[in-house]
Design a protein around this ligand. Structure first.
Ligand code: B12
Length: 468
């Protein structure tokens, strides 16, 4: 063991808010690499734990870490920096590190944003983290991405094994391990997304390594489900089909969910998914209006082909009993009320099982954001702005768009307004013979209803804690 003792935290989006959807695979992978190098390391997923700032500070005081690192996401950067500031206040000798997407987007500019930060790391830190901890040479590292992701160890899930990650779009999906089959988005052209500026090119792991990890997740770690959180998995490819075939052949019958693209799934993929025990997919539908799809640059080819593709995939999912969660955008730039309604009306009668409507946001780094800033509609510090008529980019206020989101949720997901959807969803679970999941979902009903009625219980700001 070396002398260093490292804490890596994945900050919450809001203090005390519990989010048990996905494991923080970045810090957990860095955790494996440090462990293998003989460095004492602890990874804490604050979203999963639901800790208060006081709990975290008490932990940091007790453990006296030499290094504290945080994954920084742009919308929650203040919480991340707040944790590092607190670590420094508790132990002025501690070395603070910041990594994750915010640093990859803003690079060394983050050192101006938070001058007290010791080390900022842009890009994937897997190959350099040990050296950065043991032999630091500079305040800013620009690492880019790892080419051979097959050579990396699997995430050390022992840090989070006591947490049950089980929630997906309001349904119980069972005790789940998250995993990645690829890194980086294969498309990276959607104008609402910032991924094209995040210099992560698309890389794949080998099917053999993926199957090895699935076997560990099922047999050694004894998870009940897998959530594949890739940036758009193309399921119609030889790569994905090979993994599905190997999973079937090896008898690895653990169920799984994946994030996929509707234009990259064919019938053979559905047949294989059914045999490989896929429970469901989450896909980005965004809109069904060709003008809007074209404006978003969501897909290659003729935008008029998008709706038939969405329709076909929902039909096939119904045929093969795969649950479909579809997200879509409400109130994109110039989107009219009629266009929004067209998408909502279609989804209401389509074979989608759950929808997740999102109000359009100008996300820093996306093409839409750059254009709105260049034309003076947004200010450069409007970094996650919801669309609003005050910007001249929508006929509606953000409040009106939020109301539309809620209305769409009620119309499509609501048990009273759309009972047929429930019948189909339960029917799919029954045909999948997921009795434990059905039972747990029934037991969860009071919690789900309570969740709909309650605001987040508390919202403590770290800065206030520090001023105490
Ligand atoms: C899976 C995923 C999710 C999952 C799970 C997130 C999680 N708990 O890890 C879900 C679906 C829940 C999610 C939600 C959100 N996400 Co998300 N998500 C991703 C996705 C597709 C992959 C992340 C991942 O697991 N990567 C694999 C690991 C291995 O990489 P990594 O986490 O980046 O870690 C590496 C480096 O960043 C670095 N690193 C990471 N942490 C640290 C810490 C230190 C100290 C150091 C030195 C290095 C370091 O080294 C790691 C290993 O190489 C990325 C897109 C992408 N390709 O990055 C978006 C992404 C991270 N998400 C993004 C956003 C905006 C969100 C949301 C805010 C969306 C929303 N509006 O609700 C929420 C926030 C939820 C939350 N509290 O985190 C943005 C972040 C943009 C930004 N500027 O910060 C991204 C980049 C997508 C995009 N649009 O560009 N997300």
């Amino acid at each position: 063991m070396s002398d260093e003792s490292v804490l890596l935290v994945y900050p919450p989006s809001q203090w005390g808010y519990i989010d048990r959807f996905c494991q923080p695979l970045g810090p957990l992978t860095l955790g494996s690499i440090l462990r293998d190098a003989g460095v004492k390391v602890k990874v804490i997923d604050l979203s999963g734990e639901g800790w208060t700032p006081q709990q975290l500070y008490a932990h940091m005081k007790e453990e006296n870490y030499t290094h504290v690192g945080a994954t920084i996401l742009t919308p929650f950067r203040d919480i991340g920096y707040g944790i590092l500031k607190a670590a420094k206040k508790i132990n002025p000798d501690v070395v603070t590190l910041a990594g994750g997407p915010h640093i990859s987007f803003f690079k060394e500019k983050v050192l101006k944003e938070y001058p007290g930060l010791d080390i900022a790391v842009s890009g994937e830190a897997d190959l350099d983290i040990v050296d950065i901890i043991q032999n630091p040479k500079k305040k800013f590292y620009d690492l880019g991405c790892v080419e051979d992701i097959d050579a990396l160890p699997i995430p050390d899930r022992s840090h989070v094994r006591h947490i049950e990650y089980n929630e997906l779009a309001g349904i119980y999906m069972d005790d789940s391990a998250s995993m990645k089959w690829i890194r980086g988005c294969p498309w990276r052209k959607c104008r609402f997304c910032s991924r094209n500026e995040l210099t992560l090119k698309h890389r794949r792991r080998s099917p053999e390594k993926i199957i090895e990890e699935i076997a560990i997740i099922q047999h050694e770690l004894k998870y009940k489900n897998i959530l594949v959180v890739d940036d758009s998995l193309a399921l119609n490819t030889k790569f994905s089909k090979t993994i599905l075939r190997m999973k079937i052949k090896e008898g690895l019958d653990i169920p799984f969910w994946a994030l996929a693209r509707v234009d990259q799934i064919d019938e053979e993929a559905f047949q294989l998914m059914k045999r490989a025990n896929c429970s469901g997919l989450q896909v980005g539908i965004e809109s069904i209006v060709p003008r809007v799809i074209d404006m978003y640059k969501k897909a290659p080819g003729d935008p008029r082909d998008w709706l038939p593709k969405v329709d076909r995939v929902l039909e096939l999912a119904d045929k093969y009993d795969i649950i479909m969660i579809g997200s879509f955008i409400v109130g994109g730039p110039t989107e009219t009320a009629k266009e929004m309604q067209t998408t909502i009306d279609y989804l209401r009668t389509s074979k989608v099982d759950i929808v997740q409507p999102f109000a359009f946001q100008y996300v820093i780094g996306s093409e839409f954001w750059h254009e709105a800033v260049d034309s003076g509609q947004l200010k450069p510090d409007d970094i996650y702005a919801y669309n609003d008529k005050k910007y001249g980019t929508s006929p509606y206020t953000a409040k009106e768009l939020f109301d539309k989101v809620l209305e769409a949720e009620d119309l499509i997901n609501g048990p009273i307004l759309n009972p047929g959807r429930y019948v189909r969803l339960v029917g799919k679970f029954v045909k999948q013979k997921k009795w434990r999941v059905i039972w747990k979902n029934i037991l969860q009903l009071p919690k789900i209803i309570q969740g709909l009625l309650l605001e987040h219980p508390y919202d403590i700001v770290v800065e206030d804690e520090l001023n105490d």
